[in-house]
Design a protein. Structure first.
Length: 362
C-alpha cells in the first residue's frame, strides 16, 4: 500500500497545484476592479489543465487477446487489472515571453503532465517537456521541442532465456522526443509549416532488440475558410530502425518499419450559444505501417502491413472564470495484412475513448 502511494505521489501534488491555481484565478477574476498587469505577469503566464478520460482498451489488445484475458487461460501474458480504465491527466505549463534576436518575439514553455490510471497502476507515468519559439519576422518562426518519458509500460512480451525457457515478462521503455519546426503565413488565411521529428526508445534489457531510432518529416497546413470554419491537414513520413536489424540471429526480432500518415480536420465556430464561444471539431487520420524485417521466422512481422484509422469528434465551450471545457470521442482501429493469417486475429483491434477536459490560464 505504501509503495502504491509513493508511486502515485506526483499526481496528488500536481492536483493540489492545479486546484490552488484555479482557486486563485477565480478569486482574482471575481474582483470588480482589476489592477493593471505587472511586468512579471506580462512576461509569464501559467496554464493548468485537468483531463478525465475513459478508455475501453487501454493496451489496444486484439479481440483474441481480450478473450484470453477474460478466460484467464494465459495469466502470465497480462499484468493489467482491467482491460478498460478511467484516466486522470493533470498538467501544468508556464510560458515565458520576451524579445530576443533583433527584438523579435520569443517564448519558452516548460510543461509537466501525469497520467494516472485508476485501476492499472502499472500504466501510470509522467512526461516532462519544454518547447520554444522565436519569430524571425511577423509571420515566420522557428520552433524546437523536447520531451522525455522515463518509464512507460508497453505490454507483456514473450522472452526466452539462455536455457531456452520461455515466459512472459513486462516490457517497459524510456522515450526521448525532439522536434524542429519552421512555419509561416503563406496568405492571410493560410498557414503552413514543415518539421523534422526524432524519437528514441530504449526498452528493458530483456527486450533491447526493440530499441528504436525514429526519424520523421511532416508537412502541416491550416486554412481559415471563413470567420466560422477552419480546416487543417498534415502529411507525415517516418522511418524507424531497430537494434534487432543489426543482429543476424533470425530469432532476434527486428521491429523496424516505414510509415506514412495523413490527417484532415475541421473546426466550426458556432453561433449557437455564442456567448460561450461554442466550437465543434472533427478529424480523421489514416496511418500505414510497413514492417521491414527480412527474418521470415518472425510470423508476426514478416510481410506485414498495418492500416490504422483514427476518428475524433468533439465540442468545446467557454465557461465563466475563463475556464475552457472540451468533450471528445475518439475511435482507433487497426486492420492488418500479413502472410501468416493464423496471427491476424492477434494483431487487429478497436479502441474507444471519451474525455472531458478543463483548462484555465492565469
Amino acid at each position: 500500500m505504501l509503495r502504491l502511494f509513493d508511486k502515485s505521489r506526483p499526481v496528488f501534488l500536481l492536483l493540489i497545484v492545479i486546484f490552488v491555481s484555479f482557486s486563485i484565478s477565480v478569486d482574482a477574476s471575481a474582483k470588480k476592479k482589476r489592477s493593471k498587469k505587472s511586468k512579471f505577469n506580462q512576461m509569464i503566464t501559467f496554464n493548468a489543465r485537468l483531463d478525465l478520460k475513459y478508455d475501453d482498451n487501454i493496451i489496444n489488445y486484439s479481440d483474441d487477446d481480450l478473450d484470453l484475458y477474460a478466460g484467464g487461460t494465459s495469466e502470465s501474458k497480462f499484468s493489467i487489472e482491467s482491460e478498460d480504465d478511467w484516466i486522470l491527466i493533470p498538467a501544468i505549463e508556464a510560458r515565458i515571453r520576451g524579445k530576443l534576436l533583433k527584438g523579435h518575439t520569443a517564448w519558452l514553455e516548460p510543461n509537466f503532465r501525469y497520467y494516472y490510471y485508476a485501476r492499472n497502476d502499472i500504466r501510470r507515468y509522467f512526461r516532462l517537456g519544454i518547447a520554444g519559439r522565436h519569430y524571425l519576422f511577423r509571420s515566420g518562426y522557428v520552433e524546437a521541442e523536447y520531451s522525455f518519458i522515463p518509464d512507460y509500460y508497453y505490454r507483456n512480451q514473450f522472452y526466452r532465456d539462455e536455457d531456452g525457457t520461455g515466459t512472459y515478462l513486462e516490457a517497459n521503455f524510456s522515450k526521448h522526443y525532439l522536434k524542429f519546426e519552421y512555419g509561416m503565413n503563406l496568405k492571410p488565411s493560410l498557414k503552413g509549416d514543415i518539421s523534422y521529428r526524432y524519437q528514441n526508445k530504449r526498452f528493458t534489457e530483456e527486450f533491447s532488440e526493440r530499441d528504436l531510432s525514429v526519424n520523421g518529416l511532416r508537412f502541416d497546413g491550416i486554412w481559415t475558410a471563413t470567420k466560422r470554419i477552419k480546416f487543417w491537414g498534415y502529411y507525415g513520413l517516418e522511418r524507424a530502425e531497430a537494434k534487432g536489424a543489426d543482429i543476424a540471429d533470425p530469432d532476434i526480432k527486428d521491429v523496424s518499419y516505414d510509415a506514412w500518415d495523413i490527417t484532415f480536420g475541421a473546426r466550426y465556430y458556432s453561433s449557437i450559444l455564442e456567448k460561450y464561444r461554442t466550437e465543434f471539431v472533427t478529424s480523421f487520420k489514416f496511418r500505414q505501417i510497413k514492417y521491414q524485417t527480412i527474418k521470415y521466422v518472425d510470423i508476426y512481422r514478416f510481410g506485414r502491413k498495418d492500416n490504422n484509422y483514427y476518428f475524433r469528434v468533439g465540442v468545446a465551450v467557454q465557461l465563466p472564470q475563463k475556464i475552457r471545457m472540451e468533450m471528445d470521442y475518439n475511435l482507433v482501429s487497426k486492420r492488418t495484412k500479413i502472410i501468416d493469417l493464423s496471427v491476424k486475429g492477434l494483431l487487429e483491434y478497436d479502441s474507444n475513448s471519451i474525455s472531458l477536459k478543463l483548462k484555465r490560464s492565469f
